[in-house]
Design a protein around this ligand. Sequence first.
Ligand SMILES: Nc1ncnc2c1ncn2[C@@H]1O[C@H](COP(=O)(O)OP(=O)(O)OP(=O)(O)O)[C@@H](O)[C@H]1O
Length: 252
Amino acid sequence: MIDLDGVTCRYGRGEDNAESEGATAAVDEVSLAVPDGEFLVVAGANGSGKTTLVRTFNGLVEPDAGHVSVNGTPVEEDLVAARSAVGMVFQDPRDQLVAATVGADVAFGPENLGLSHDEIDRRVDEALAAVNMAGRERERIDSLSGGERERVAIAGALAMEPDHLVLDEPFTGLDEPARRSVVARLRALHREGTSVVVVTHDLRDVAALADRIVGLADGRIAVDAPPEEAVESLPGLDVRVPEGGGIGTQTE
Ligand SMILES: Nc1ncnc2c1ncn2[C@@H]1O[C@H](COP(=O)(O)OP(=O)(O)OP(=O)(O)O)[C@@H](O)[C@H]1O
């Protein structure tokens, strides 16, 4: 369980502004629980605070007020535990690719967990297959397209097999086959019990998988409801639902 209690985050404001009106807060007194096994979609307009909010889940952003705990432990008390429990795929893959080759990059996290070679190989194979990049371990990261780098970043997070997987705009730059493959993997992970949090403007595929959609506006929760209900309130939040409706129409 990820649990946020009254979380407020501000950027670039000195002490003088710490008590100023909420308009300056990127995230403004948000309380939110993500239960184990939930598929949560976080939606909202540009600048509504989505990225900042999810980055508090594993201590990448430290709140100015409020508390975040993961599996019952305050994040600030055990950052290592929070980061291994909450895997994160950033909006820009350049922020997280660390190795020269695809295989080395995906193996990097599992190696740091001290797993056996066999287990690391299994995870790398499985994660690369999940993003349609099986057999491409030896390719250099700097030879990949942006979409391919995004897929490697997703594979790296999958290979960590975290309790909670958070993906920030994971579909940007993915072509349709890659997108379908990632969606199918997220669906399978959810079925296996991992909680999945997807930050997105584009509800095309994920709305059908979501247990709940949280819509942010100006750093606050404006909508928190099952997809069928949430979408009714979402037009003002600048999210896109395909013509014909994505809800309930997801196919493999
Ligand atoms: N590093 C930063 N320094 C200063 N301000 C920031 C920083 N990161 C975000 N902000 C501001 O905080 C607010 C929330 O930004 P955030 O990136 O969390 O929103 P978002 O909903 O994820 O936006 P987007 O959809 O554009 O990624 C915005 O006003 C943004 O300009």
